[in-house]
Design a protein around this ligand. Structure first.
Ligand SMILES: [Zn+2]
Length: 236
């Protein structure tokens, strides 16, 4: 954190916030976008203490001493929600494209994606639902980021960003992977059946007659014994 501390008194709140370790996925939202009230529509109800949070974001000479008693989390949440809107605009996509091509968002961990660069994505457009994930445009799957940015709120990027990115920049979309991993044992390809999980007693048909599991569970009725509620929930 020592590197980011030196920036605290030197510039705006945004510079300070973007300079914090773990915030490298975020891009700089331009002042004219922030000051256009249209871009803030509806955010007043989503962020506590909206006006103070907004003043803090626009502070050109942010000093932690002045704001010492103020909780900056509202400002961080508000900036994140504005950021999610900004990166869907043409300018925002261009800004994020520079970071994408620089590799700021990391690469896909799948071997056959061959180091394909990823883009950040949220699983929800609402704050505090889940942390940010990264989307691989080659295998079209999502992964946990392998950097400190993994702690950022997914709502700072939203659920649409990577798809808007490739909508606006279709020539950046990579070809799907040509190869797929094949499981082999001593050189022989495994049959699909061998790769399926083996049946557990809980998954046996209910009407299969008396079984060990029934006698083991004694007083429990048949449905509880064959599929306890927690087991059913975990299976979803
Ligand atoms: Zn991939």
């Amino acid at each position: 954190m020592s590197g980011s501390n030196s920036m605290m008194g030197e510039g705006s709140w945004i510079s300070w916030f973007l300079g914090l370790q773990g915030n490298e996925f975020l891009c700089r939202v331009p002042l004219d976008y922030l000051e256009d009230k249209f871009n803030l529509t509806g955010l007043e109800t989503l962020v506590g203490n909206f006006s103070q949070a907004f003043d803090l974001i626009l502070d050109p000479q942010f000093d932690n001493e002045d704001w010492g008693t103020v909780d900056t989390s509202d400002a961080e949440q508000l900036y994140g929600l504005i950021h999610a809107r900004y990166i869907l605009t043409t300018r925002g996509v261009e800004d994020m494209c520079l970071k994408y091509e620089r590799g700021d968002f990391g690469s896909c961990p799948r071997v056959y994606c061959k180091g394909q660069k990823t883009l950040p994505v949220g699983l929800s457009d609402l704050s505090c639902q889940s942390h940010v994930k990264v989307y691989c445009p080659r295998c079209q799957d999502i992964f946990h980021p392998r950097t400190r940015c993994a702690l950022l709120d997914g709502a700072m990027f939203g659920t649409s960003f990577p798809h808007m990115f490739f909508m606006q920049l279709p020539n950046k979309r990579p070809q799907p992977p040509k190869d797929k991993y094949v499981a082999r044992l001593y050189g022989f390809q495994l049959h699909q059946k061998a790769l399926n999980p083996s049946q557990t007693p809980e998954e046996e048909p209910k009407n299969s007659g008396p079984s060990l599991s029934q006698s083991t569970f004694g007083a429990l009725d048949n449905s509880q014994a064959s599929c306890p509620p927690w087991r059913r929930f975990n299976g979803i």
